[in-house]
Design a protein around this ligand. Structure first.
Ligand code: FE2
Ligand code: FE2
Length: 258
């Protein structure tokens, strides 16, 4: 049964100045001192021995079953991407930090099993986040974002932080993630990642547009293979962009495809 008496949650999908219809030209950058006053940061999480060990182990274990890189490189790229997306849209500094933390931790559940790694990762992160001093509201947001990042596990954007994590994760397609040293035994995932020589997320707050620009070497993987693997990921990215009140564009080799 739905709780009708509960106070409505504030809309966290828009930046504060969107609500008051004033527009800043520049997003305020927060100083280290301000970050510390606001609570634990991404650096706090990166320094936690559990996080270091679980991400390293998750990366080894996904490698053992033939997946592309899921270690600190992917965690850092996703954290940078999620922070950049919300910052570019004018969200406040603390929410940007929370998004970076959620993105850094999003694949940690691979230390348990690949299947349902979103859900296991969310539960695994809970104690770490509480122990390192995150507010319970932030813990809840981060858990929801981790649990909802995977399209194959029914993930959907459930908050601004979650939407940013989805787009940052799905846009990390690059040849440096391929671990199979033999090009002759590449599977379709290896080929598609290896074919991507650059991937960049661009955010236009003015146009309300989030664009993923990819350069794909079509000698390595034809575009059809890219779509076979990535269409569901791009659909989820589009939903995430819409959650942030933006359109989503996919540009491959200079041509807009979505
Ligand atoms: Fe994942
Ligand atoms: Fe990921």
């Amino acid at each position: 049964m739905r709780e009708s008496a509960a106070a409505p949650r504030p809309d966290d999908t828009v930046a504060p100045d969107e609500l008051t219809k004033t527009h800043r030209t520049e997003t305020k950058t927060r100083t280290t001192a301000e970050a510390k006053r606001e609570g634990p940061t991404l650096d706090t999480i990166k320094a936690d021995p559990r996080v270091k060990t679980y991400i390293r182990s998750a990366n080894q274990q996904t490698g053992a079953i033939g997946y592309t890189e899921h270690g600190e490189r992917h965690a850092n790229t996703s954290a940078d991407g999620a922070r950049f997306i919300l910052k570019s849209l004018g969200h406040d500094a603390r929410r940007c930090e929370v998004a970076a933390v959620a993105a850094y931790l999003h694949d940690i559940g691979n230390v348990i099993t690949r299947e349902s790694h979103g859900q296991t990762g969310a539960l695994l992160s809970q104690a770490i986040l509480v122990d390192t001093g995150f507010e319970l509201e932030e813990v809840a947001t981060i858990m929801g974002a981790i649990a909802n990042h995977e399209e194959s596990e029914g993930g959907l954007p459930v908050s601004a932080v979650s939407a940013a994590v989805i787009i940052a994760d799905k846009s990390d397609v690059h040849r440096s993630r391929v671990r199979n040293p033999k090009t002759t035994s590449f599977d379709i995932h290896d080929r598609v990642n290896f074919a991507a020589t650059s991937s960049e997320v661009k955010v236009s707050r003015k146009e309300k547009l989030i664009t993923l620009e990819l350069t794909i070497d079509t000698e390595v993987a034809p575009l059809m293979e890219y779509f076979e693997i990535f269409l569901s990921r791009m659909m989820l990215s589009r939903r995430a962009a819409e959650f942030l009140h933006c359109s989503f564009a996919l540009v491959i080799n200079g041509t807009r495809l979505l």
